[in-house]
Ligand binder design. Structure first.
Ligand code: CP
Length: 333
């Protein structure tokens, strides 16, 4: 494994090896495994978990890290090819990425979707422009359509919860004041399909998963003995669910149109996870959410503070999942 960009692109056996390594490093720490190694972290967008857990993971393995947040303590970076740089950005990624990679052994980058053109975001044009400039091991810390570090931690969490491989996994749309990117739902969909689960995407009309994401997940699920379906029928979707993965995302029918998205979601306030959502699920159904979560908009206090919530365990697993990724990328180099 040279880079860590897309969990779904890895053979299932390699994902299982990463999960085993994550468990091993959790149980038997290796505090000098990455001594002398440096990880660069470039965050174009805000973070709590990814930023803190990547730095902690590197430190726990004996390495070090530095963080660059363009426009906040370092130069604002231009990403567009051929841009006339007469605006706020003082430096182009064509210089910045080679400079940063010259200071470190691996680079992690967070660059969200632009949220204007669905085809461009599905093609990962923004992240690819950065990846093409990087010749060191590269880690995707959330791109337009992917969040593989989150997905690996989610898989580890589901294993720890004792959820059977072919259990019903419901990826449920929940409300938010504004459109959010598709990266986490796409990564969760891919992960659950790759794990071999019976995946149901539950979302209101106007929020359908883009067809290429569903098709890819369907192929991964079929190869692993699972399935992928999509519905707006909440009762049917939730019946028998063993994992309820709540996530907010923007309207795909009105992608890039904030006003139309706002009009659509205005009537969807009841798409929030409450205790009543678990009336017909499996008795031990658990709630996952990548965080951050808007309490009493996306998920009610009663669920987040109750025994079904596994969101803190899920966030804690970010550390071990990323330790495994860093160990695999850097320990043998
Ligand atoms: N889940 C997640 O990636 O959290 P942050 O955005 O806080 O990093």
């Amino acid at each position: 494994m040279r880079d860590f960009l897309d969990l779904g692109a890895l053979p299932r056996a390699e994902v299982l090896e990463l999960l085993a390594l994550a468990r091993r490093l959790q149980e038997r720490p290796e505090p000098a495994a990455l001594a002398g190694r440096i990880l660069g972290l470039l965050f174009f967008n805000p973070s709590l978990r990814t930023l803190a857990s990547m730095q902690a993971a590197m430190a726990r393995l004996g390495g070090q890290s530095f963080v660059i947040t363009p426009g906040s303590g370092s130069w604002q970076l231009e990403t567009r090819a051929g841009a006339v740089m007469a605006g706020a950005a003082a430096e182009h990624i064509r210089e910045a990425i080679p400079v940063l990679e010259s200071y470190c052994d691996a680079l992690g980058v967070r660059a969200f979707a632009e949220g204007r053109d669905l085809a461009a975001d599905l093609a990962e044009r923004g992240f690819t422009a950065i990846a093409d400039l990087c010749h060191k091991p590269l880690i995707n810390l959330e791109s337009a359509m992917n969040h593989p570090c989150q997905a690996l931690a989610d898989w580890k969490t589901i294993d720890e919860l004792g959820v059977p491989r072919q259990a019903k996994f419901v990826l449920a749309w929940v409300n938010h004041p504004r459109a959010l990117p598709l990266a986490v739902p796409a990564a969760a969909l891919t992960m659950a399909a790759q794990r071999g689960m019976q995946v149901v995407v539950l979302r209101p009309p106007g929020f359908a998963m883009p067809a290429p994401l569903l098709q890819r997940a369907g192929a991964l699920a079929a190869a692993a003995g699972g399935s992928v379906t999509e519905t707006d029928d909440r009762a049917a979707a939730l019946a028998g669910a063993q994992v309820l993965y709540a996530k907010e995302w923007g309207s795909t029918a009105h992608y890039g149109d904030a006003e139309a998205d706002t009009r659509l979601r205005a009537a969807l306030g009841d798409w929030m996870v409450r205790d009543s959502c678990f009336a017909t699920t499996a008795p031990d159904c658990r709630l996952l959410h990548c965080l951050p979560v808007r309490r009493n908009v996306a998920v009610a206090d009663e669920v987040l503070d109750g025994p079904r919530s596994a969101v803190r365990q899920e966030a804690a697993n970010r550390l071990y999942a990323q330790m495994a990724v860093l160990h695999r990328l850097l320990a043998t180099r």
